[in-house]
Design a protein around this ligand. Structure first.
Ligand SMILES: NC(=O)c1ccc[n+]([C@@H]2O[C@H](COP(=O)([O-])OP(=O)(O)OC[C@H]3O[C@@H](n4cnc5c(N)ncnc54)[C@H](OP(=O)(O)O)[C@@H]3O)[C@@H](O)[C@H]2O)c1
Length: 490
């Protein structure tokens, strides 16, 4: 289903996010006929460009990021005809009126959608200038990117600023993980299949692993990263969102608030990592020189733009517990890091073994089913089940093998839509179920803040790990103490 007509004003239209993700996503929506004929796009940036020059640059970046073979000249032309350009210094109130004029000169029925693809430090000024120029009404939607603050108090401040102008039902806080096909599929998998729904608790699941691994380092953004670290940058948003979708109770329907109410309950039930638990439940790491894809790479403190010593973690592993009936005694081991051996995001749900084991004692370690949910690189799912090994000589030897569902193959599609395509489509439709509500952000920060404070109190500084390895050995020790291992070590 296509989207209702919108006027999309894109702040930061020449920035990295807009070039790499937003324009390619909009182009794909246009190509797929999902962008309403009346929808218009206003690219806002401070560069001195004519409309033709801006369109040319956007066209070039589509080619750069999608590949020349994926863009069709006539379609690019048709798409760019929807794009206007307005030069604007976002910090300066002058010029906002022109945005209002652009919107009012349109069909009149289009919903105005404001997308802040800018540094978050500008959000407040942009919001204030938009309000002063009379650009917003009760229908105007605003899309903001993570990070929503650096801690609970700054996130509240930012949310208050937005709430001063926009209604909560018109604020779309992006966590792009929520737009991924597999993440959405978690909802279908859990709540459309009674097979899983009836097994999804502490009676049947022993533990869960969530890994979000990157092989890149800080990618020229040392200063930005150094002020955040993995806990603020990744755990507070993507990993806690994944955890919520895995652990939440069934919502009563698919409405945004039903889903988000259940996610909030999980966040409220997260067991605090008190100072006594820090040494057993948390490992922070920082990479030293090593290799990435066979090439020598510098350590975090030797990166080109690094400035002095730092206790910022580039790796974190956590044992998270959820204090409710469903999950009592089921740890969620979560980890994320930079300069790990590969780019891989996956969830492994480990089911408990059958109550009484009757096969070869040597194979007992195989006897638990695992559900593997891959987010990247190749989105899909696999259920590890046990069957009898084939052949006359094998007796009742067991064999573990996957029931495999690779989306691209199973659904005979040559491409899975990028998360931003779905997210932009849902914003235009006015559906908030893939966006993060204010209380979700704030409960997540509350948990992360106490964790950071307790790390500080305990002096839990990052341990070293060589680039190209799976983090500090202490991360392996953390899970081994519980008689388990990370999936790649099993
Ligand atoms: N890039 C990603 O993959 C990614 C992923 C997740 C979240 N985000 C979030 O998305 C937002 C944008 O990120 P980004 O990577 O695209 O940042 P970026 O490359 O720095 O882009 C920001 C854009 O804002 C423009 N800008 C800054 N100050 C301005 C001003 N006073 N007036 C007019 N334009 C101004 C910059 O213009 P100039 O080019 O003229 O300097 C730049 O084009 C941030 O909140 C970031 O945290 C980004």
């Amino acid at each position: 289903m296509g989207s209702p007509a919108c006027d999309l004003a894109l702040f930061g239209a020449m920035g990295d996010l807009a070039s790499r993700k937003l324009f390619p996503a909009l182009y794909h929506l246009y190509r797929a006929g999902l962008l309403s004929e009346e929808s218009r796009i206003l690219a806002l940036a401070r560069r001195d460009l004519s409309e033709a020059e801006a369109r040319y640059q956007i066209g070039q970046s589509l080619e750069e990021h999608l590949g020349a073979s994926a863009v069709e000249a006539s379609e690019v032309e048709g798409f760019l005809a929807r794009v206007s350009y307005l030069r604007l210094d976002f910090a300066d109130g002058m010029g906002y009126q022109q945005l209002g004029d652009w919107h009012h000169q349109g069909p009149g029925t289009n919903t105005l959608v404001l997308y802040y693809a800018t540094p978050p430090a500008l959000y407040d000024q942009i919001t204030g200038h938009l309000r002063d120029a009379g650009c917003c009404d009760e229908r105007t939607r605003v899309v903001v990117e993570k990070p929503i603050g650096q801690d609970l108090s700054s996130s509240r401040e930012l949310n208050d600023q937005l709430a001063g102008v926009f209604r909560e039902e018109n604020i779309y806080r992006i966590d792009h993980y929520l737009g991924k096909e597999t993440v959405q599929n978690l909802i279908a998998l859990r709540f459309a299949n009674n097979l899983f729904a009836s097994q999804w608790d502490q009676n049947h699941i022993s533990h869960v692993e969530i890994t979000v691994a990157e092989s890149v380092g800080v990618d020229g953004r040392w200063s930005y990263f150094n002020s955040a670290g993995q806990l603020r940058d990744m755990v507070q948003s993507h990993l806690l969102q994944l955890l919520c979708l895995l652990a939440m109770d069934p919502p009563s329907d698919l409405s945004p608030d039903s889903i988000r109410d259940e996610k909030v309950k999980v966040l409220k039930a997260l067991s605090p990592l008190t100072p006594e638990r820090i040494s057993t439940h948390l490992v922070r790491g920082q990479y030293t020189a090593g290799t990435a894809e066979g090439v020598p790479v510098p350590g975090y403190l030797e990166e080109e733009d690094a400035e002095g010593p730092s206790h910022t973690e580039t790796f974190i592993a956590l044992k998270v517990e959820i204090e409710n009936w469903r999950w009592a005694g089921v740890p969620f081991y979560i980890r994320t890091g930079k300069r790990l051996p590969e780019k891989r995001s996956e969830v492994i749900v480990h089911f408990k073994p059958a109550p009484h084991y009757i096969f070869d004692p040597d194979q007992k370690h195989l006897a638990n089913n695992k559900l593997i949910i891959r987010l990247q690189p190749d989105e899909g799912m696999a259920l590890q089940i046990l069957t009898k090994d084939q052949g006359l000589s094998r007796g009742m030897r067991l064999r573990q093998g996957p029931l495999e569902l690779t989306f691209a193959e199973a659904f005979e599609t040559d491409r899975i839509p990028d998360a931003y395509e779905r997210l932009l489509l849902e914003v235009m439709k006015g559906n908030q179920y893939l966006f993060v509500r204010r209380d979700e952000v704030e409960y997540a920060w509350r948990w992360v803040d106490q964790l950071l404070a307790n790390c500080e109190e305990c002096g839990a500084h990052p341990k070293r790990y060589a680039a190209g390895t799976w983090g500090p050995v202490a991360s392996i020790a953390m899970i081994t103490r519980d008689g388990r291992s990370w999936y790649e070590d099993a």
